[in-house]
Design a protein around this ligand. Structure first.
Ligand SMILES: *Cc1c(COP(=O)(O)O)cnc(C)c1O
Length: 310
């Protein structure tokens, strides 16, 4: 008989590698490839698929019916968790930072459509979300749940990304990715051969602290990675006209959709590093597209336009 419990909880579509060409790359003597992991699932996209994989398994194994997690109003993680929960038969609760605004934005509209129960908390409460008292209140209010941290980063998330890294075919020297909490970067470092260099591009201002965050999830000494912190464009979810223009032009030129929170900053950073001669001549750079394109909807929101740095 077929054992249902061995079925993966989420569907997965294998993803292509896309080569992009620019005169700059020839000048610098590098080849640039993009792993289009954004195409792995219609809405649990990119790294979020891999970060959720073993968390869903664990939630099921430990007999939970409900996932609970945290995020801002445009969070890719909220969006992915809502989608993943509905596909794999869990209830879901999203603890959302800040006040409810109507009409709901596209991210929260999607989450709600997928059955996620949205619960808004003030920014102060949100900051205290890991405290025992806050958790106890949540338990009283919602009953038993499987908790996934903000951004989805925990040991099981890193395990999933490690598995992803092990599926990558050889044929590259550097792997570049965007860094939010560092869980994805930690998984990539853990799963790749030590002969590769892994470069994480922080999308946060003051991202130096992420070095320690990444280290917490590494179980070996790796000298083959670095964190690049100078391409944040003003900070997390902040943007500039220059960045938006770059995303549009680069995207059109290469038929490659990018977002302004993660992959746009990553691609900008990689281009700058190539210009600066930071990659060895003759090498191949693999850029990881971690998905999250739903987050582009934040661009049309007034508060985000006000966040632009002119
Ligand atoms: C969440 C996210 C990241 C950041 O991943 P971390 O594991 O938090 O560092 C990068 N890219 C995209 C598109 C994301 O949605």
């Amino acid at each position: 008989m077929h054992d249902r419990s061995c079925q993966p909880l989420l569907t997965y579509t294998p993803t292509p590698v896309q080569e992009i060409r620019e005169p700059l790359f020839d000048k610098a003597g590098v080849r640039v490839l993009v792993k289009r992991e954004d195409l792995n699932h219609p809405y649990v996209s990119g790294n979020k698929w891999w970060k959720l994989k073993y968390n869903l398994d664990e939630a099921k194994k430990s007999g939970h019916n409900t996932l609970l997690t945290f995020g801002g109003a445009y969070s890719n993680h909220i969006y992915a968790t809502a989608g993943a929960a509905s596909e794999s038969g869990f209830n879901s609760i999203g603890i959302i930072r800040g006040e409810e605004t109507q009409p709901l934005n596209p991210t929260l509209t999607f989450a709600k459509e997928k059955g996620m129960q949205l619960h808004y908390v003030s920014r102060t409460q949100y900051r205290n979300k890991t405290e025992t008292e806050f958790t106890e209140n949540l338990k009283q209010q919602f009953g038993d749940f499987y908790r996934i941290p903000e951004g989805g980063t925990n040991e099981l998330a890193v395990k999933g990304v490690t598995e992803f890294a092990q599926t990558l075919h050889d044929g590259f020297d550097y792997l570049c990715c965007a860094v939010g909490t560092g869980g994805t970067l930690a998984g990539l470092i853990s799963g790749l051969p030590k002969t590769k260099q892994t470069l994480g591009f922080s999308v946060l201002k003051g991202g130096e602290f992420l070095h320690t965050e990444v280290q917490k999830f590494l179980h070996d000494d790796y000298g083959n990675w670095s964190l690049i912190t100078s391409y944040h464009h003003g900070g997390y979810a902040k943007t500039t006209h220059e960045l938006l223009r770059f995303i549009t032009e680069f995207g059109n030129r290469h038929n490659l959709p990018l977002d302004q929170v993660y992959t746009g900053k990553l691609m900008w950073g990689v281009m700058e590093e190539i210009k600066n001669g930071c990659f060895q001549k003759g090498s191949t750079i693999l850029i990881l597209h971690t998905g999250g394109l739903q987050g582009r909807s934040a661009n049309i929101n007034m508060t985000d336009i006000n966040n632009c740095l002119f």
